[in-house]
Design a protein around this ligand. Structure first.
Ligand code: SAM
Ligand code: SF4
Length: 321
């Protein structure tokens, strides 16, 4: 079992399989980075899988594939199947912008993927285009429908932004409710890579807006979910991810691996340790030692909230969010 210095059990690994993306979301990667990581610097799926085995053997029970856009990486279903075959009981999920999901959903499900979180920031083609800087909406919605048809459990992530999509919060909530999908509103997390003029919305503002139509009951946190859950008077349950709140990090159970093999203890901070050399040398003990050290050095909390609040210099497309 992996336990950090604050007695938190770490059992969740997020794996970014590529930093590349086919969207240019304003809050994440508004411009193409000066250079991409060269392909030869990425760990192959076989190498990543060697580390997945180490992590699972040490106590990881949940793995989420993310990016950049994970569906840009070829043979992703084969990587998922490797993990599934090693331990079928692993909670295997993915986060995607869904642009390429329509043609991939069945293969991913057959490979062992159980759940998918899809990012939808608007149901209006022009607004979705403004956020992603590309005409994306019809592909995204087709991808979501396909995921539901093949039987994947789907959650939706939305980043509400003032003056952009703040008038669509109820529309997205209804869209998800009608399809039996949970929506999670993510408070915009300030970072130096985002467009400078983004103004996010805080939990209180979202609740006040939704509260104009519904009575809301606070249901608190599900054991280790980063999401604070609320229920409407019609029974529908939705989440808000509130990284600025003081208790956000108290139950944090996750670490992150980049496509280059950097193991990251916290989404906010720049610190990381590489598992690349150990994995390339087949040094399983070495990789396990890095994993334990990263867990040991997990910071108590991020610095988005509080008096000394600051933007993060970490790129979301690198860490996988
Ligand atoms: N490309 C995939 C996608 O967009 O779903 C996976 C990677 S993306 C980095 C993972 C999640 O991070 C998405 O739900 C996205 O909305 C969220 N995200 C990215 N930048 C963010 C920011 N600055 N604040 C809050 N959420 C952010
Ligand atoms: Fe790409 Fe996801 Fe970042 Fe948007 S949020 S730019 S889809 S990685």
């Amino acid at each position: 079992m992996l336990i950090d210095s604050y007695e938190r059990t770490v059992d969740y690994l997020r794996v970014s399989v590529t930093e590349r993306c086919n969207f240019r979301c304003q809050y994440c990667m508004p411009e193409k980075p000066f250079s991409w990581v060269p392909k030869e610097n990425l760990l192959s799926f076989e190498e990543l899988f060697e580390f997945m085995k180490v992590a699972i053997d040490e106590g990881i029970t949940k793995i989420r594939i993310t990016g950049g856009e994970p569906l840009l990486r070829e043979d992703l279903d084969k990587f998922i199947k490797m993990i599934y075959d090693y331990k079928p009981s692993i909670d295997l999920a993915m986060t995607s912008n869904a642009f390429l999901l329509k043609g991939a959903a069945q293969k991913l499900k057959d490979a062992g993927l159980k759940r998918i979180n899809v990012s939808i920031d608007s149901l209006k083609p022009e607004v979705a285009k403004q956020v992603a800087q590309k005409d994306v909406l019809s592909n995204v919605l087709a991808g979501v429908n396909e995921a539901l048809v093949v039987g994947l459990k789907v959650k939706v992530n939305m980043v509400p932004m003032k003056g952009i999509n703040d008038n669509e919060i109820l529309d997205l909530l209804e869209y998800c409710k009608e399809r039996d999908m949970t929506i999670r509103f993510i408070e915009y997390m300030e970072n130096v890579h985002a467009a400078v003029d983004i103004k996010g919305m805080k939990s209180k503002e979202l609740l006040s807006l939704i509260g104009e139509k519904y009575t809301i009951t606070d249901e608190g946190f599900d054991s280790h979910s980063p999401s604070h859950y609320y229920r409407l008077d019609n029974g529908y349950r939705f989440g808000i991810i509130e990284p600025y709140e003081d208790d956000f990090c108290k139950t944090c159970n996750r670490i992150r691996l980049t496509a280059e093999g950097q193991l990251i203890p916290c989404l906010y901070f720049d610190e990381a340790m590489s598992i690349k050399d150990s994995i390339k040398k087949g040094d399983i003990k070495g990789a396990a030692a890095v994993l334990k050290e990263v867990v040991r050095t997990k910071p108590e909390k991020n610095r988005w909230g509080g008096d000394d609040a600051e933007s993060s210099s970490r790129a979301f497309y690198e860490t996988g969010g």
